[in-house]
Design a protein around this ligand. Structure first.
Ligand SMILES: Cc1ncc(C[n+]2csc(CCOP(=O)(O)OP(=O)(O)O)c2C)c(N)n1
Ligand code: SF4
Ligand SMILES: [Mg+2]
Length: 349
């Protein structure tokens, strides 16, 4: 979109730190045309641009899979680390402890997270590390030609006719139970909801876990799949309409507190959830998990922000880290003196 400057010249629309959206773009995608993961990359670009995040202050982290290739397709100016399969959580934990002033954005797949990476995932969720963890969830290992992953629904069918007989892991229910402080599910085809959730995720200080259903058009978009576009269009059940007002935005739209629940984020932003279900309280963990289980039983795919706690201490707070990131402290400060090392050795003898 173009804007007119004071001198009358037209130029691209700039965000509040003065950057055009092109500065948030990445390389050309090599994923299949129509892959849900491409739509998620587009929403990440929009959210980072609209929130005015400095690209050089972002670390893009991933594992292995088509989903984990996605960070190459947005925010080329940011830092990026493509880790080993299922090991993005530990690499991100180390990177954030070295420099907690960065924004960590992790992109993973359902295989990378819920199959090979489940051990690392569960421990990450316990820690409330400040990071956004996105699962691009298509129910299959897309990169290795479409085997079922651990999020595939019981009874869903592969193209070859093979039926999945194992129950799925609900990564949202798991994350809520383990301690993540912002947990939601969205759909790559639901532009408005996903964008609002990503913007709120950027404002949150703690672990955000977003499971985004992201159809694999090549291996899991057929009749009998429960992660196809057609299935999602018929079964998505939004819990509320998600709106977000960033802290720097003065203009406030009127809203009715009777029908809208407002959650204040730590930076002063507001997450607004317009109630579609009368009594849903996203600060109640027990209700969140039981509502998820209920929706599974009915064959619905519930979307929205299931659980949020904007006030819980993060892993960085708990460790009482120095304000100055460890990565930029001089060696004279971080390296223990000879005397201290000698004392440690003496204690071990
Ligand atoms: C240690 C290891 N085991 C297995 C593989 C093979 N492998 C590559 S990607 C992948 C699964 C990816 O699935 P998912 O995370 O769901 O990503 P998608 O491709 O569906 O986006 C597997 C099993 C690997 N690269 N490394
Ligand atoms: S194989 Fe599936 S997941 Fe991988 S890029 Fe193609 S559509 Fe996307
Ligand atoms: Mg997958």
């Amino acid at each position: 979109m173009a804007t007119t400057t004071a001198s009358g010249a037209t130029g691209p629309k700039l965000n509040h730190i003065g950057l055009p959206v092109i500065e948030y773009r990445g390389g050309k995608s090599t994923l299949c045309a129509g892959c849900g993961h491409n739509a998620i990359s587009e929403r990440i670009i929009d959210a980072m641009f609209e929130m005015g995040v400095q690209p050089e202050r972002v670390m893009k982290m991933s594992g292995i899979g088509c989903s984990s290739k996605s960070p190459a397709y947005f925010m080329s100016r940011s830092f990026s680390f493509n880790s080993v399969h299922g090991r993005m959580p530990s690499v991100t934990t180390g990177a954030m402890l070295a420099n907690h002033t960065m924004t960590a954005l992790g992109v993973s797949g359902d295989g990378d997270t819920a199959s090979i990476g489940i051990g690392q995932f569960v421990h990450l969720m316990r820690r409330n590390l400040p990071m956004i963890y996105i699962i691009e969830d298509n129910g299959v290992y897309g990169l290795t030609k479409g085997q079922f992953s651990a999020t595939a629904d019981i009874g869903s069918k592969l193209k070859t006719g093979v039926i999945n007989e194992l129950p799925p892991i609900d990564t949202c229910a798991l994350a809520i139970q383990l301690g993540a402080t912002f947990v939601g599910r969205s759909f790559s085809g639901d532009k408005k909801q996903l964008l609002a959730m990503l913007k709120a995720a950027i404002a949150h200080k703690g672990t955000v876990m977003l499971d985004v259903i992201s159809p694999c058009v090549t291996f899991n978009d057929h009749e009998g799949s429960t992660k196809s576009y057609k299935y999602m269009l018929a079964h998505e059940e939004p819990l509320h309409e998600v709106g977000f007002v960033p802290s720097f935005q003065e203009i406030d739209v009127d809203y009715d507190p009777g029908t809208t629940l407002e959650v204040k984020m730590h930076d002063g932003s507001k997450l607004r959830l317009r109630k579609l279900e009368r009594d849903y309280d996203p600060t109640d963990k027990v209700q969140a998990v039981s509502r998820l289980m209920e929706s599974h039983a009915k064959g619905e795919v519930l979307t929205g922000v299931f659980y949020i706690n904007p006030n819980a201490p993060s892993f960085v707070d708990m460790l009482n880290l120095t304000d100055e990131p460890l990565a930029s402290l001089p060696e004279s400060v971080t390296r223990p003196s000879r005397e201290v090392l000698a004392k440690c050795m003496a204690e071990l003898q």
